[in-house]
Ligand binder design. Structure first.
Ligand SMILES: Cc1cc2nc3c(=O)[nH]c(=O)nc-3n(C[C@H](O)[C@H](O)[C@H](O)COP(=O)(O)OP(=O)(O)OC[C@H]3O[C@@H](n4cnc5c(N)ncnc54)[C@H](O)[C@@H]3O)c2cc1C
Length: 442
């Protein structure tokens, strides 16, 4: 057995892939799941690269269809965005329905809404794999940080009810908002009863265990170094063995690097940061968000927060656009948290971590098939908790030849590249986003 090269244990931003970042999720989810690294060559019908929600959704679907499938993940399962995110269960796509109607037409927008609801129902079936572990709580508040946005929120709630028949979304008045969230920052908003929050790493682990139970072979700590098409199928090269597979899915998210360049060209990695407080007195914690829901606001760089079952505030805020994380992530998030909850100035931060999400130019996920038998699914643009497992399943089923409405829909959506090519897409897009983020401070 040869030793891995030194950079084989480092993520794209230099992060250590041999273990989880020191997140609240890693601290509360028990040991990583048992998924021995590949040691020797293997053969399977399918190989999935990436052990996040998208890859796990595909591997689970393929195994349940009785196909042989191997999944390789360079860290522990859930090492990437799926095991680090805010855990917010958002119903719908990154773009709201009026945007989808305008850009893609009414019929496609309607199909996308139906798909979003199907994805939400699918998440319930995944939570049911291990309901206690996933820590699911119902409800998502969208909070308006500008008084001027409240009218638009009123119109949005009415439009979703009248045009889409969606009555899980209700208005929250300024007084109700103040009674719900112990912050002066918000002027009103809406409440989605189909939204919620959960422990994302435990969900990823539950999906991996279910895939293993259905027959998938899952290899953690196994980085795909190269991908090559040969006469006998695709060769997925890893440090200690090669997997030969008929078809391959690249589900490497924002951590994708040079395996499928056509996929890389369509995503921009963005770092986003989260911190949790030390456990609070239960009454103090409940008083922060009185209905126990998750909250996300209307800032361009969104603030999102919720109270964990062990009475911490989990707060997401701040982002950056290059490789590498800030040295002191707690110090990065804390000012954002105190802007919303200044009353927590005396509270210590227990965990702080960053994650990298993959945004696409139109903020919609995409699937591409650049060569026969090679698929890439990516670009969830910050709303992958609901959509990534479902679209992963859809792609898995389609790769195995099953008719699939999710796959058909996704294939029809535009999947533009970022202008500027592999290198210039970074500075140009980062500048544009920094400009938008500036508006949050005005
Ligand atoms: C800080 C943060 C907060 C977020 N909050 C929310 C939220 O509240 N709600 C929401 O809906 N979405 C949220 N998101 C987005 C959501 O987490 C993602 O959309 C979703 O997890 C994407 O899943 P994925 O499977 O595509 O990618 P990932 O989960 O990143 O999985 C890709 C995996 O591929 C692996 N990999 C990469 N290269 C290789 C290789 N060469 N060989 C082997 N393995 C490899 C990586 O290690 C990684 O584990 C957030 C994201 C971040 C970063």
């Amino acid at each position: 057995m040869f030793a891995p090269r030194s950079n084989e244990r480092a993520g794209p931003g230099g992060e250590d892939t041999s273990r989880f970042p020191s997140s609240y999720y890693a601290a509360t989810s028990g040991p990583p799941i048992d998924a021995p690294a590949l040691d020797g060559d293997g053969v399977s019908d399918f190989c999935v690269i990436g052990g996040g929600f998208a890859g796990l959704g595909a591997a689970l679907a393929l195994a349940r269809m009785g196909r042989t499938v191997r999944l390789v993940e360079m860290g522990p399962i859930g090492w990437g965005a799926s095991g680090r995110n805010g855990g917010q269960v958002h119903v719908g796509w990154h773009q709201e329905q009026p945007w989808l109607e305008q850009k893609l037409g009414l019929e496609t927008a309607r199909q996308m809404w139906r798909a979003a609801l199907e994805a939400r129902d699918h998440l319930d079936t995944l939570i049911a794999l291990d309901p206690d572990a996933c820590d699911y709580r119902q409800g998502l508040v969208h909070a308006d940080h500008r008084a001027g946005n409240v009218i638009a929120t009123h119109a949005h709630v009415a439009m979703m009810r009248d045009r889409y028949g969606y009555d899980s979304l209700t208005l929250v008045s300024r007084d109700e908002m103040r009674a719900t969230i112990a912050s002066d920052d918000y002027h009103g908003g809406s409440f989605d009863a189909r939204g919620g929050h959960l422990h994302p790493l435990k969900l990823a682990q539950a999906m991996a265990r279910a895939a293993q139970a259905a027959g998938a072979v899952v290899h953690a700590q196994t980085r795909c170094l190269a991908l090559k098409q040969a006469a006998d199928g695709w060769h997925v090269t890893t440090p200690n063995g090669t997997i030969r597979a008929g078809q391959v899915l690249d589900a490497t998210g924002a951590y994708a690097r040079a395996l499928v360049p056509q996929g890389d060209a369509r995503v921009l990695p963005i770092n986003n940061y989260i911190a949790t407080t030390a456990p609070l007195d239960p009454a103090r914690a409940t008083g922060l968000i009185r209905n126990g829901a998750a909250v996300s606001d209307g800032r361009y760089v969104v603030y999102y927060f919720r109270v964990t079952p062990d009475h911490r505030l989990l707060f997401g805020g701040g982002e950056s656009y290059g490789l590498g994380m800030p040295h002191d992530i707690a110090a990065t998030v804390r000012p954002h948290m105190l802007r919303i909850f200044p009353q927590l100035a005396d509270v210590a931060i227990s965990h702080a971590w960053g994650g990298t999400l993959a945004i696409s130019p139109n903020r919609l996920p995409f699937v591409i098939e650049p060569r026969p038998g090679l698929f890439a699914l990516n670009g969830f643009s910050g709303v992958g908790v609901v959509l990534a497992p479902w679209l992963g399943r859809a792609i898995g089923q389609a790769m195995a030849g099953a008719v699939n409405s999710g796959y058909d829909l996704l294939r029809r959506l535009p999947s533009p590249r970022f202008p500027g090519g592999p290198w210039l897409r970074w500075p140009t897009q980062a500048l544009a986003m920094q400009f938008m983020a500036l508006r949050d401070r005005i």
